[in-house]
Each structure stands twice: as structure tokens, then as C-alpha cells.
Design a protein around this ligand. Structure first.
Ligand SMILES: Cc1cc2nc3c(=O)[nH]c(=O)nc-3n(C[C@H](O)[C@H](O)[C@H](O)COP(=O)(O)OP(=O)(O)OC[C@H]3O[C@@H](n4cnc5c(N)ncnc54)[C@H](O)[C@@H]3O)c2cc1C
Length: 457
């Protein structure tokens, strides 16, 4: 037996891939396997945007493997059953895969280990494939994880990093291993019209362009809504077409305040992962309860619908929600302010918003999405859980000319900067000429309701 299986999950690349490197060591044959996991679809995670992006990633991974003499093997079904079948067909003695953090991933790993060991085979699980620093690698005294970002970051930043690995030159796949046809992006219906392209090549091109042209201004411009001056690497980090270890290395090499700010954001990604790894229930339950008694979904139905559709009457909120629908992606400043608006101004349960994001986001990710929602709702790790973002002030600050609003809310394209943030202030015929709703909530009343609910004056 000198065959290894590499089970690809959220690590769809050839560069800097420790499982592949370990599996192919000593000239062994390798089965690069991806299982279209029924469990993921059953859990409601099969959103069209991510399925289309995934199809690009698999096509590109297959192309990269073919250039090296190999190919990707794709199967569908229960991941443990499918791995066991491939192991039996090829008489592989070991399986390599990346560590992951969700409760689902932990269960998958345990089931897989048990099934393989019962059959005399071994499972090797590799750290620092989907994170730059492994969950649990840095911990505070007396706890299994950091609950506050700043001290986490101090430790994370000093933690020694492994070397970045090159892509293998050759991958030898045993003969006769059957594969289903690869899924095609065109076969996925209901995707966002402005959805980005996936795949490792695309990720590497984007990273190189970002390091050359974007990162220098990141510290100053990351909150600039119309400037769109962030890396847009999030879907690539989610699907693992880009290695977080490599992203950190290359950004540090680029150096400067922009790179430092960017690396800090990558640490946020690891921060949420180490929280979820230690507290798997935080994907669905409050990390820190504030004893909220959220408005019922039935009572808040019209408000929730208006929020989802981008017709709340608050232009910057609506612009961001429409960007989400159109691109399957939203600027971080937009995410912060629409989440604050839903959970605090409208006082709707963060899970309602998180679900809608997961239905559309191409980077939709259990750790980042659920824990950022909790952060914004004040039930997570924010040290100022009752802060409320005012959408008008946010809009004036991060979109001063209203360019972002006009891009996504064409009804307001003709308004000048005096009214574009607050169209309800138009009077008479000017107001009548604009086909745009009045605000669904008065900000002061929303704030009062929230303060009462959280028992504060
Ligand atoms: C309510 C809410 C929901 C979110 N849901 C997701 C999600 O499902 N998936 C997701 O990847 N990000 C999520 N984020 C975090 C953040 O908004 C996105 O990662 C970011 O906007 C992606 O754009 P970018 O790649 O251009 O980021 P950049 O600003 O270029 O940052 C680089 C990378 O750092 C990481 N990062 C940046 N900000 C954060 C953050 N606050 N938390 C964790 N990692 C971060 C991302 O991997 C990102 O690609 C959410 C934020 C909020 C407030």
C-alpha cells in the first residue's frame, strides 16, 4: 500500500497545501478527492452563489492537477462513506485533510477517524491550512480561547509561523479511480449577476494585484464605501483557494501601515475561528447572553422584508443590502451598519440577519458570519455591546458624496449631497418626484426601544 487520499474541503488549492505535500511525500500515489457533501446541503449551506463559486474552484483545481499529471476525483454523498469507498478501491493506507473548526467539521473528522481506524488506516489532520495560526495555539492563562480580540492579536502576531510551501511539481494518481463529472457554474441557477469568479489562479492573481496596487492605501481607505478599496479576498479565503499563511507572509513582506492593517484583519478571521472551535454552540446560540427578548419574526415581518429587499428608507442601508443581492458580497462597513440596523434599531434577532447573509454571501462562513453578527448584536465579543451605529452619520462619514448610495439605489441618483443621505427631508414636489420609501423606523424611537430592552437609560 503506497497510496494516500487527500480529502479537499475548504482548502481548494495546490500552493501551500500541507496535506498534499505530506501525502505525496516519498513518491507515493495520491487520490485528490472532493466530496460534494450531502450533509452540507442538508444543513442549508448550499447557497447558489457559493455553489457557483465552488464549481469554478473545482474546475481550476482539476486543471492545476492535470498540469501536474494528475486529476481531481469528485464524488457525491456522505463524506465518510465516500472516503471509505475510495480508500477501499485504491487500497490507500492513509487519508490527509485540513483541520476545521465548526461542530460539523469536528463530527466529520471524528467519524472519519473512527471509520478509517476500524479498517486499519490512518487519518492525518493538518493545522494551519485554513487558518494562519491554529485555534488553541495561543491561549490566555486559565482559558481555552481568547474572548477579546486585542490581547489575542498581540499573541497571534508574535506566534512563529511555518514556511510557505510551493505547489507540487507532479501528482501521480492511481489508474482507474472513477470520478463524477465536475459541477459546472452554468448549471447553478439563481446566482447574483455580479458574482465574482472562483479558483486558485484567480485568487493568486487577485492577491498579487492587491499587494502591488491596493494594500498601501488600505489603512486609510478600508472604510471608504464607494472606493471599494479592500482586497475582496474573502471568498478565496473561505474556499481556501488562497492560503491564509501565505497571505500573511506576503503582506508582511510588502510591509508598511497598510499591510499591518490588512494582517490585523486576517487575525480577526483566526480570532473568530478559535472562538468557534472552543464554543461550537456559538454558531447558533448567544456567546454572551444579554437576555434579549427579540421582536417576534411575525411582528417584525414587514421590517425584516424591507431590510432584506433594500427598501428601509435609509439609503446607505438599502445600498448595502442591494449590493449583497447583486454581487453576493458586501463591503465590511456596509455589513456592520446593516447588522446594527437590524439587531439594534429594529431589534430583530441576529440569527434572522445571519441566515439572510448566508443565503447570499459568496464568502458566507459559519465562523466569520455568525460571530460577526453576534459581535454587532452585542451578544458576542464586542467590548462595547450596546453601541448603536446611526445610519445617517455613518453614511455622511463613509460615503460623504453619496456615490455608493447612487450606485446601488438608482432612485436617488439625481439627488445632491444635501438630500441623498436623508431623502425624507425633501419637500413637496421634490419629494413626490422621488420613488423611494419613507423610513420604516424613527431612529430615536428605535434607539429607545433598544435601550429599554437592554435595560439601560
Ligand atoms: C455582520 C457581518 C457578517 C460578516 N460575514 C462574513 C462572512 O460570512 N464571511 C467572511 O469572510 N467575512 C464576514 N464578515 C467580515 C468582513 O466583513 C469580510 O471578511 C470582509 O468584508 C471581506 O471583504 P475583503 O476580503 O475585501 O476584506 P479585507 O478588508 O480586504 O480583509 C482581508 C480579509 O480579512 C478577513 N476579515 C476582514 N474583516 C474581518 C472580520 N471582521 N472578521 C473576520 N475576518 C475578517 C477576511 O478574510 C478578509 O478577506 C462579516 C462582517 C460582518 C460585520
Amino acid at each position: 500500500m503506497n497510496v494516500s487520499v487527500v480529502l479537499f474541503t475548504a482548502d481548494l488549492r495546490l500552493h501551500d497545501h500541507p496535506p498534499l505535500r505530506a501525502a505525496a511525500g516519498g513518491g507515493r500515489q495520491v487520490v485528490p478527492l472532493f466530496v460534494r457533501d450531502r450533509g452540507v446541503a442538508d444543513a442549508g449551506f448550499g447557497c447558489a452563489n457559493r455553489l457557483a463559486f465552488l464549481a469554478d474552484c473545482l474546475a481550476d483545481l482539476d486543471a492545476g492537477l492535470r498540469e501536474r499529471g494528475g486529476r481531481l476525483v469528485v464524488r457525491s454523498g456522505d463524506v465518510v462513506d465516500e472516503v471509505a469507498k475510495v480508500v477501499a478501491e485504491t487500497d490507500a493506507d492513509e487519508v490527509h485533510m485540513a483541520a476545521d473548526v465548526s461542530a460539523y467539521a469536528h463530527r466529520r473528522e471524528e467519524r472519519l477517524r473512527a471509520a478509517l481506524e476500524a479498517d486499519g488506516r490512518r487519518l492525518h489532520v493538518h493545522d494551519t491550512v485554513t487558518t494562519a495560526v491554529a485555534p488553541g495555539a495561543v491561549t490566555p492563562a486559565g482559558s481555552d480561547h481568547f474572548a477579546v480580540f486585542t490581547p489575542y492579536f498581540r499573541h497571534w502576531d508574535r506566534h512563529p509561523s511555518r514556511d510557505v510551501l510551493g505547489a507540487p511539481r507532479a501528482v501521480r494518481v492511481p489508474d482507474g479511480v472513477g470520478s463524477e463529472p465536475l459541477p459546472a457554474r452554468e448549471d447553478v441557477s439563481g446566482t447574483s449577476p455580479g458574482l465574482a469568479a472562483g479558483g486558485e489562479r484567480e485568487a493568486r492573481k487577485r492577491l498579487t494585484a492587491w499587494l502591488r496596487d491596493g494594500i498601501g492605501a488600505y489603512e486609510d481607505r478600508h472604510d471608504d464605501l464607494p472606493g471599494d478599496a479592500t482586497s475582496r479576498l474573502s471568498p478565496h479565503l473561505h474556499f481556501g483557494t488562497l492560503s491564509p499563511v501565505e497571505a500573511v507572509h506576503r503582506a508582511r513582506e510588502a510591509g508598511g501601515p497598510g499591510a499591518e492593517a490588512f494582517v490585523r484583519q486576517l487575525a480577526w478571521r483566526d480570532f473568530h475561528r478559535q472562538v468557534l472551535a472552543a464554543r461550537p454552540a456559538s454558531s447558533a446560540a448567544d456567546y454572551r447572553t444579554r437576555h434579549d427578548r427579540w421582536r417576534s419574526e411575525r411582528d417584525a415581518r414587514d421590517d425584516i422584508e424591507a431590510w432584506r429587499e433594500g427598501r428601509t428608507g435609509y439609503p446607505v442601508v438599502d445600498a448595502a443590502m442591494r449590493q449583497l443581492r447583486h454581487e453576493g458580497w458586501m463591503h465590511n462597513r456596509g455589513r456592520l451598519l446593516v447588522a446594527s440596523f437590524l439587531t439594534k434599531t429594529l431589534y430583530v434577532d441576529w440569527r434572522v440577519g445571519a441566515r439572510h447573509f448566508l443565503d447570499l454571501l459568496v464568502d458566507g462562513d459559519v465562523a466569520n458570519n455568525q460571530l460577526n453578527w453576534q459581535w454587532t448584536a452585542g451578544t458576542g465579543t464586542d467590548t462595547r455591546p450596546n453601541r448603536v451605529l446611526n445610519p445617517v452619520l455613518q453614511s455622511r462619514r463613509y460615503d460623504p458624496d453619496g456615490t455608493y448610495i447612487r450606485r446601488w439605489v438608482p432612485e436617488l441618483a439625481g439627488l445632491d449631497r444635501a438630500f441623498v443621505h436623508e431623502p425624507w427631508k425633501l419637500r413637496g414636489l421634490d419629494r413626490a418626484a422621488v420613488d423611494y420609501p419613507d423610513p420604516i423606523v424613527d431612529l430615536a424611537e428605535g434607539l429607545e426601544r433598544f435601550k429599554r430592552a437592554r435595560d439601560r437609560d
